[in-house]
Design a protein around this ligand. Structure first.
Ligand code: F6P
Length: 352
């Protein structure tokens, strides 16, 4: 009998989700005539039994679309209490699901791992613009976010040049600086500030002063999780019922206020926010997402449950969900891009 496989997208949206949904569905239908069931709004749909069939035609034409046709949620948690867990496992039984493909970030992988302990057969696909999932060197969505931030850095540069200003651009990324690091280099930022390297405000001001004399303007790319030495994270909001309640944001404005008294030029801050998660995936992300989706289907067909698709040394692979759950992958302090940035004269906000 044909397998019946559910698929859901959890956590924040991300360019390439639809490309994964398409690849999983087409691969399962093409290879074994599986019945694919789309679960709406992430784990919320599984707890509440909200689903729809996903056929070949439902997933045709969605490869380049941003967002997720299934909807998502970063609050739903079927493990939150006994009633939610019972409802979720009950719906899995009623739907006759032989397995589930869960596409999401570390929160989704932690829930998937928790549900696996209750007998759910699950395969994970790593998703995040932050590129911070343990065991996966590149997640889809990251390349698109880097392209968006790079363009923003280039655009603010013209205002910086014209007005002789210091332009600060804040990226997303939570506790990892991957987006700021790669986009900062691609967008020719003069200063790149990351969560992994605490910065000195005076060191940043010194770079801007030197540039005031030479080139009139500076561009600073700061990750939302960056902080000055001795200071805490800049928290925008606390969302009590979210598995990860802290929402970061606003550190660019904090830095602007700290820098302004030390500089003659005007300092301006731009927080890019959700534009980094929106829109159509780049060709790289479309290819990666398609490969991840197909790889997830291969794990399903091989009955290799409890695993997450990964990219390791440039090759598709998989790791056990238990090695991913509850962990983040930050920029290592010996990463070659940090060395490269320093060697070409980009400041990381460290004392000279
Ligand atoms: O994890 C992706 C991400 O966009 C982070 O970079 C950011 O901190 C967070 O999600 C924002 O979440 P929300 O959309 O819930 O505000």
């Amino acid at each position: 009998m044909a397998q019946r496989i559910g698929i859901l997208t959890g956590g924040g949206d991300c360019p390439g989700l639809n490309a994964v949904i398409r690849a999983v569905t087409k691969s399962l239908i093409h290879q074994c005539g599986a019945e694919v069931v789309g679960i709406e709004d992430g784990f919320a749909g599984l707890t509440e039994g909200r689903t729809r069939p996903l056929g070949w035609r439902d997933v045709s034409g969605i490869l380049a679309m941003g967002g997720t046709i299934l909807g998502t949620s970063n609050r739903a948690n079927p493990l939150a209490d006994a009633a939610s867990l019972a409802a979720t496992l009950g719906h899995v039984r009623e739907l006759g699901l032989d397995g589930l493909v869960a596409i999401g970030g570390d929160g989704t992988m932690s829930i998937a791992h928790g549900l696996a302990a209750h007998g759910l057969k699950v395969v994970g696909v790593p998703k995040t613009i932050d590129n911070d999932i343990m065991g996966c060197e590149r997640s889809f969505g990251f390349d698109t976010a880097v392209a968006t931030v790079t363009e923003a850095l280039e655009r603010v540069q013209t205002t910086g040049q014209s007005h002789g200003r210091v332009m600060i651009v804040e990226t997303m990324g939570r506790y990892a600086g991957w987006i700021a690091l790669e986009a900062g280099i691609a967008g020719a930022a003069d200063v790149i500030l990351l969560p992994e390297v605490d910065h000195e405000v005076e060191a940043v001001a010194a770079v801007c002063r030197a540039r005031e004399r030479a080139q009139r303007h500076s561009v600073i790319c700061i990750a939302e999780g960056a902080k000055a030495r001795g200071e805490g994270l800049t928290v925008h909001e606390r969302i009590a019922d979210s598995p990860d309640p802290l929402r970061l944001g606003g550190v660019a404005h904090v830095l602007r206020a700290q820098l302004q008294p030390h500089l003659r030029s005007e300092v301006r801050a731009t927080v890019l926010g959700h534009v980094q998660r929106g829109g159509s995936p780049t060709p790289y992300d479309r290819v990666l997402a398609t490969q991840f989706g197909n790889q997830a289907a291969q794990l399903v067909l091989a009955g290799r449950w409890g695993r997450m698709v990964t990219l390791h040394d440039g090759r598709l692979d998989s790791v056990g969900l238990e090695t991913v759950a509850g962990r983040n992958r930050c920029v290592p302090l010996d990463h070659p891009l940090l060395t490269c940035a320093r060697q070409i004269g980009v400041s990381l906000g460290e004392p000279a």
